[in-house]
Design a protein around this ligand. Structure first.
Ligand SMILES: CC(C)(COP(=O)(O)OP(=O)(O)OC[C@H]1O[C@@H](n2cnc3c(N)ncnc32)[C@H](O)[C@@H]1OP(=O)(O)O)[C@@H](O)C(=O)NCCC(=O)NCCS
Length: 133
């Protein structure tokens, strides 16, 4: 796990992983009760206990200056761009473009923030929500 400078992490923070990576860039604010995982059990053979199944893994990356709201869960393989806001109690299952607000279960982009000139933030509302609908 890599944590940048000036990162603030609230109480009851949880991490889970078996060998991929979690990167939190500078100036990230993580509220209380946030959970980040870079692995999960693969969908089980119903005749076999889940805990004995293999894992699927994917790195998690949280960009500079992003704010993760209270109670958020971040799933494996997700990249959250810089200067994002993740709404309270969201479950982040897909990448979140930079300079956007995303919220819900699963988290979807609800607003694009001023100041973001990254190409990936352009049209974020339409693109991501189309994928998730
Ligand atoms: C996401 C948040 C920042 C608001 O962002 P915003 O761009 O101002 O969004 P709005 O309040 O205008 O809401 C836009 C829509 O998203 C919905 N929404 C807002 N926050 C949401 C959330 N956490 N989960 C699901 N939906 C949410 C609103 O209900 C609204 O839906 P509607 O258009 O159907 O009415 C805020 O709701 C939030 O979750 N803040 C985190 C607070 C926190 O964790 N504090 C901890 C202390 S550090």
């Amino acid at each position: 796990m890599q944590i940048g400078q000036n990162v603030s992490i609230g109480r009851y923070f949880g991490l889970s992983g078996v060998g991929s990576s979690i990167t939190i860039e500078d100036d990230v604010l993580i509220s209380e009760r946030v959970f980040i995982t870079e692995s999960y059990h693969t969908l089980p053979d119903a005749t076999y206990p889940v805990r004995h199944q293999s894992h699927s893994i994917g790195p998690v990356h949280i960009g500079r200056g992003t704010w993760i709201g209270i109670g958020v869960a971040i799933m494996p393989g997700v990249t959250i761009g810089k200067h994002c806001v993740i709404g309270a109690n969201s479950v982040v299952t897909h990448d979140v473009p930079p300079y956007t607000v995303a919220a819900g279960v699963p988290a979807k982009v609800i607003r694009r923030l001023d100041g973001g000139d990254d190409a990936s933030a352009q049209g974020a509302l339409g693109d991501q929500n189309k994928d998730n609908d």
